[in-house]
Structures are given as C-alpha cells and as structure tokens.
Design a protein around this ligand. Sequence first.
Ligand code: HEM
Length: 406
Amino acid sequence: MLSQKTIEIVKSTAPILAERGTEITTYFYKTMFEAHPELLNIFNFVNQKKGRQQTALANTVYAAATYIDQLEVLLPAVKQIAYKHRSLNVKKEHYPIVGEYLLKAIKDVLGDAATPDILKAWEEAYGVIASVFIDVEQEMYEQTKAVAWEGFKDFRIVRKEKESSMITSFYLEAKDETTIPNFKPGQYVTVRLEIPGETYLLNRQYSLSDSPGKKYLRISIKRESGEQLQEEGKVSNYLHNNMDIGDTIAITAPAGDFVLDDREENPVFLISGGVGITPMMSMLKDIAENQPNRPVTFIHAAKNEEVHAFKLEVKETLNKLMNAEGYFYYDRVTAIDESEHISEGRINLRNFKNLIADKDHSFYICGPAPFMKSMIDQLESLNVKEDAIRYEFFGPSINLKETQNA
Ligand code: HEM
C-alpha cells in the first residue's frame, strides 16, 4: 500500500515526467542496454531506433502514475501490454532491472528537480505498478502452460503459399507433433529468429491468419521494400527469402486481446488496410465455420489488385455465410467492377451509414495507424459508440489522437 504522501508526490510529478517522458525513457533504454545487453534478445531494436517503444513505455508509466490510486482503471491497457510481454517471455526477474534504470533515468535527467522524496515516491510507485503487471502476466503464463506451451517452441514450415505479390503465408506445425492450442481469432504469435550476421535474436509478432482448430498455425507475412523498411522488415524479409518448407522457426503460444467476441451474434464490420487483413482472415473464417448466420461486412483497402491478398479465400468464405458482403478499395483500379464491389479511392464509411445506423454492430479494425485513425474518426462521426470499436496495432501502441490522418 502506498502512503497518501507518496500518492500525492507521484500524482503531482507525473505531468513533469510526462513532459520529459521520451527524454527519460530514451536515456533509460540506453543505460539499461549498456548494462544488460542480453535484453536486446527480447526487444525490437527497430522500435527502439524509431523511438516508438520509448513513447509507449513513457505513456504507460505516466498514465499509471496519474491513476496510481485507482490502478483498476488501467487494467484493460495492462492486459494488452501483458499479452505482449507474455508473448516475448518477459519474466518477473526482469522488472527490478527496468525499475533500477527507470529510476536512474528520472534522477539523471531531472537533476536537482528530482529530490530524494520524489525519487523515493517513484521507487515505491514503480514497485506497485510492476506488481500489477507481474500478477497479470503470472496468471497468463499459468493459463498458457496449461493449454499450450511455455516459452518458445520449435515449429516446422510445412507449406508456403503466395497470397499476393507482397504477402506470403507460412503454415507451421509443431516439431514434436503436439496438437495446436485453441487460440482466439485475432491473436498473434511471436516468431524468434537467429539471423546470421545479427548479434542478437530477433523477435516479431505476426497475427494468425487462419481460424482456430486446424492442425497447423498460419502466419501471413508482408515483404518489405525500400531502404528504411529493409531494416524494419528484417525478420519478414528473412522469412520470405531464406526460410522454406522443412525449416524450423521458434514461436511462443498465441497471445493478444484484439479478438473476435464469439459469444455475441451481433453483426460485425471487419475493416482492414494492407497486411492488416491477416487477423480479419482468422475472424472471418471463424465466423463462417461457427456462426454462419452472423451478419458480416468485410471491407478491405489495398494499393492495387496485385497486392490484394486472400482475394479468392475471402470470396469463398463470404459465400459460406448467409448474410455477408465484401467491399474492396484500391488506390488505383484498371476497370471498375461493381459486381465484385471494387471501388477506387479510400474507404468511405458514410457509404454504409444506413447499415451502421440500423444495427448494433461491432467494428474490428486493423491496418497502419493513419488508416485506423481515419476509420475511427469516420465511425465517431457516424455516432458509433467507442466501446463498439476494437483495433489492433502492429508495433508498440501509440496514441491515435497524435496520429495524422491518412
Ligand atoms: C512496469 C513496467 C513496464 C511497463 C509500464 C511496460 C510497458 C510496455 C508497453 C506500453 C509496451 C508496448 C506494448 C505494445 O506493443 O502495445 C511494452 C512492450 C514491451 N515491453 Fe514492457 N513494460 C514494462 C516492463 C517491461 C520489462 C520488465 C521488460 C523486460 C525486460 C519489458 C519488455 C518489453 C518488450 C520486449 C516489449 C515489446 C517492445 C518491442 O519489442 O519493441 N517490459 N512494454
């Protein structure tokens, strides 16, 4: 239990720390990695370089400080992060290391402004915040161990299928031939690779793109091009170029809370941009297999037909549903085909306003951050309630309000 005095100090200093948050967390990561380079086997270095992870951690620590006396408010956010931690095998023993370097960063960056009282209050507060994460994660580890496997497990690539000029699916079966756990549509796995020439192991999350209940797990990966994306797409491109049928990759058990609510039968909109289609495939196929009467509106935006993945699979799946339609938007179309519901330009949800106004829908959105912001803004302008909208980030969560519209 934190004392009232500690709570007051933490709350009153949270805004100053938030203001200098990225500076503090950048310093924090630098000093932590210098002292504990082994942690670079867990963290995604690209996210570090781009400052995304710093911002994500800073946002969370200061949000936690603001709500330090009512941490239950943060539980949904904690759960999402805890899934990511669980999927990366972050353990209880890592927390004191993060705590030590976070405190050191506050002290060194703020200088004289960080009085002993302030530092003591933050040390205590970090302990409380960390124990919330540790408890949630402990429960996740136990559940995962009971239904799936602990840590990383070797899987063999048994099939490789091109879904578009950019996206390829990898079908994975456990090397020890154990059954695949029943994940939830929308969840992801972490792939860990040892790439020749790289000092550290590389970890990336990929959504599962097929429905649960198969004897394989399917991930569908976008090849990245362009100088900057080459770095970002190191794992994806290595999988495309160097991994083939028969090769082994290590993955952790499915994780994530961007999942289809399959207890409901209400109509759903599945809205995706680019490779954001992958979790939608899992959701769409699951609905077709288990809730064929559930109304679905599937909307997907791609640059053009060539990069439009899963075209046939989506069409076949929609045909299995009693009440489903698909709509596709390309930046450029060569010939507009209304029977295929293909249009040119960006997704305009106003076109669906009668449908949206009429029914109690849930909306699932996945794609680049500006795309998601645009979709959410459009839904808000159509008076859709916030709790009807769910979305998934690829990469560390960022504040959508700070994202520029596409
Ligand atoms: C109370 C302490 C902590 C807080 C508030 C925190 C917060 C966060 C947040 C907000 C994210 C981004 C989640 C997302 O991707 O959506 C994240 C991801 C991550 N966290 Fe933590 N974290 C904490 C402790 C730790 C510890 C102890 C470790 C292990 C040393 C760790 C390792 C990671 C890693 C590896 C990622 C994925 C980021 C990437 O790969 O770039 N975190 N954490």
